[in-house]
Write a protein that binds this ligand. Structure first.
Ligand SMILES: *[C@@H]1O[C@H](CO)[C@@H](O)[C@H](O)[C@H]1NC(C)=O
Ligand SMILES: *[C@@H]1O[C@H](CO)[C@@H](O)[C@H](O)[C@H]1NC(C)=O
Length: 396
């Protein structure tokens, strides 16, 4: 566990955290609906209140630029960890999957899981003062938020079903929904997972390895990364970024951004022009428990609910957390993965697909350097990934 040693040494060498890099490009400061309308597309904002009081925001692009009627083909597009609906528009009109799907004739709904800056609200809890607001992991996003968003979309559009596209944690929450609320499989025409995350035993992200190392002495981990909201500018992340970036040819500002440090990207796929915009929207917020839950997956090798340790018996009625039964997923599913993905290792994706059974089809991205964030920001994502997604969508 060499990164841990490096980190400890760094902890003693550095004393202050470096500041978050300010965005200087306009889109870095605009809201998602402002970006959508700026480029001539229609934008709507919808709020959904979950059964446990979280106020979620959905952003909608109801049709493409040169159309004037709402499409009858809704698609829910769901972001990854520490991200938001902004993911799908901040790379621009030619590149952002939100814009591309709208122009392909889809009614595009961009989801926001509880806790990111677009869904940081609750009917009774204050995210700034009530720790209880942050007592959730991606389990709750999958079991509660995604079904609530789907219900709202189907009710609003009058359609019986929709397409689903997720990236990273956006895929995890799909598997959680489809296994804990299996009746929702019938509401999905087809589901597309970009960089699928269920099993994590073989992931190679150095920062996640460090975090996972501390999942055992869990109090120490919480102490280090914050108890409730996962604060992206905390010292640990800054130090990890500085340390891990040292001997690589990377843009320095990426080294202070937790998302890039944690997930990995391919420098040859990066369009540096849009960096200020990316920095303005990422990271977008999460609970500490979301990160710890992934750490538990790395350590345990299971895809299962949050491990409360001694409290498991009270919460689950068993000493171990229940596993998600992937064989319950019946919605037609397409998994896109790649060889250089720090988070979604090929062997973990293969295992996931096998356990999903007949519903699963998998596609290896033809570019070997493709890494976890390249599904969003990689210059060739439209060509290597989105084009295939769109042609498969047309078959359903
Ligand atoms: C949170 O939701 C309430 C409605 O319950 C609203 O009045 C308030 O403006 C929202 N706060 C934020 C920060 O969006
Ligand atoms: C990089 O991003 C800018 C701004 O969106 C865009 O104009 C340009 O075409 C992009 N370059 C490539 C090679 O994709």
């Amino acid at each position: 566990m060499q990164p841990v040693l490096i980190l400890f040494i760094s902890l003693f060498l550095y004393s202050s955290a470096s500041p978050i890099v300010p965005a200087d490009d306009e889109d870095g400061h605009l809201t998602v609906p402002e970006i959508i309308t700026k480029y001539g597309y229609p934008a709507e904002v919808h709020n959904v209140v979950t059964s446990d009081g979280y106020i979620l925001t959905l952003h909608r692009i109801p049709h493409g630029k040169n159309m004037d009627t709402v499409s009858t083909k809704p698609v829910l597009v769901q972001h990854g960890l520490l991200s938001s609906s902004a993911d799908w528009v901040i790379t621009g009109v030619e590149h952002g999957l939100g814009f591309i799907l709208a122009d392909e004739g889809y009614d595009v709904w961009l989801g926001n899981g509880r806790g990111n800056y677009n869904s940081r609200n609750h009917t009774t809890l204050d995210p700034n003062t009530d720790a209880e607001f942050w007592h959730f992991s991606w389990h709750e996003i999958g079991a509660i938020d995604i079904p609530a968003m789907i219900d709202h979309i189907l009710e609003t559009t009058g359609q019986p079903n929709l397409y689903y596209v997720g990236h990273s944690q956006g895929t995890t929450v799909f598997y959680v929904m489809a296994t804990t609320r299996p009746e929702y499989n019938d509401k999905i025409k087809a589901h597309f997972s970009l960089a699928p995350i269920a099993y994590m035993k073989h992931m190679t992200s150095p920062l996640m390895q460090i975090l996972a190392y501390f999942v055992g002495p869990i109090d120490a981990l919480f102490e280090m990364i914050g108890w409730n909201e996962f604060l992206p500018n905390n010292e640990l992340i800054t130090l990890a970024g500085e340390t891990l970036c040292k001997d690589e040819e990377v843009t320095q500002e990426l080294c202070s951004n937790v998302l890039f440090v944690m997930c990995g990207y391919s420098p040859s796929e990066l369009n540096e022009t849009i960096l200020p915009v990316l920095m303005g929207h990422l990271p977008a917020g999460a609970s500490t428990r979301q990160v710890v839950h992934y750490g538990q997956e790395i350590v345990s090798g299971y895809f299962r609910q949050y491990d409360f340790g001694d409290d498991n018996m009270d919460v689950y009625g068993s000493s171990e957390p229940p596993s998600y039964d992937l064989s319950l997923i019946t919605a037609p599913s397409y998994l896109f993965y790649s060889h250089n993905d720090w988070m979604a290792a090929e062997v973990d994706v293969v295992r996931l697909c096998e356990e999903m059974g007949d519903s699963c089809n998998k596609f290896l991205v033809s570019e070997d350097s493709f890494n976890h964030l390249d599904y969003l920001i990689g210059m060739r994502a439209p060509e290597l990934v989105y084009a295939k997604v769109i042609s498969l969508m047309a078959r359903h």
